[in-house]
Ligand binder design. Structure first.
Ligand SMILES: [Mg+2]
Length: 230
């Protein structure tokens, strides 16, 4: 089946076009290791981490600055027990990643160039504006897509607003992403088509079951498989 009736395709960025969550997972694991080595209970620290993460996402939003704030808050609580140099190394390594060229998944640029021949392409990503924009530009993706949208949160209203502003019909617009919660379900709820490309390690706050969609939902294993649908 080919979705030839689709006119515009919107792509999520983090963990759909390039690696992102791995850097967060690595820093979290390194921090837990460091705290456990100091004799602290790993499960307890993980619990405190999860509580801080929920709070910061709700009150301040996404982005690496907010994540670093979580790491620093945990350090402050236990600083008498933790080696500062070792802690700083973890934070410094994490902080490097948004400045680097994103590690694109296999075949992303080629596939986008192929799709561009027949469809309008967009990026829709949530997070801190400058950080997300820098990744879009450093990746080279901005040279291929028609435009990109950076929003604080990807909720139903954001999708409705984008459709409305551009006079796009929901049934001619398709969302592609790794997150059921931010990409797939809101797109399906507003009447769009949605293609899920699962990521091996989707952030737990971005995961949830995919809702029924009467034929508007597709699942692929790899980004390059989009060529089968378009
Ligand atoms: Mg994503």
């Amino acid at each position: 089946m080919k979705l030839t009736f689709i006119k515009q395709i919107i792509f999520d960025a983090d963990d759909t076009l390039w690696e992102n969550n791995v850097y967060y997972v690595k820093a979290t694991e390194d921090l837990l290791d460091l705290f456990a080595k100091a004799g602290l209970d790993r499960k307890q620290i993980q619990k405190e981490f999860d509580e801080l993460e929920l709070w910061v996402v709700r009150e301040r939003g996404y982005g690496s600055h907010n994540f670093v704030w979580i790491l620093e808050s945990l350090y402050e609580r236990y600083k008498d027990l933790i080696d500062y140099e070792a802690f700083k190394k973890i934070v410094d390594r994490f902080k490097e990643h948004p400045n680097r060229k994103p590690a694109l998944f296999e075949g992303v640029i080629d596939t986008l160039k192929y799709l561009k021949k027949n469809y309008h392409l967009y990026v829709l990503t949530k997070g801190e504006f400058k950080e997300q924009e820098q990744k879009i530009i450093n990746s080279g993706v901005h040279e291929i897509v028609d435009a990109y949208f950076i929003v604080p949160e990807k909720e139903d209203d954001v999708y409705r607003e984008i459709l409305h502003q551009h006079h796009w019909k929901a049934e001619e617009t398709c969302m592609v992403g790794n997150s059921p919660k931010s990409d797939i379900n809101p797109a399906l709820r507003v009447g769009m088509y949605a293609i899920h490309i699962p990521y091996r390690d989707t952030w737990k706050l971005d995961d949830e079951p995919i809702q029924p969609a009467d034929g508007r939902f597709f699942q692929l294993q790899k980004f390059t498989e989009l060529k089968k649908l378009f």
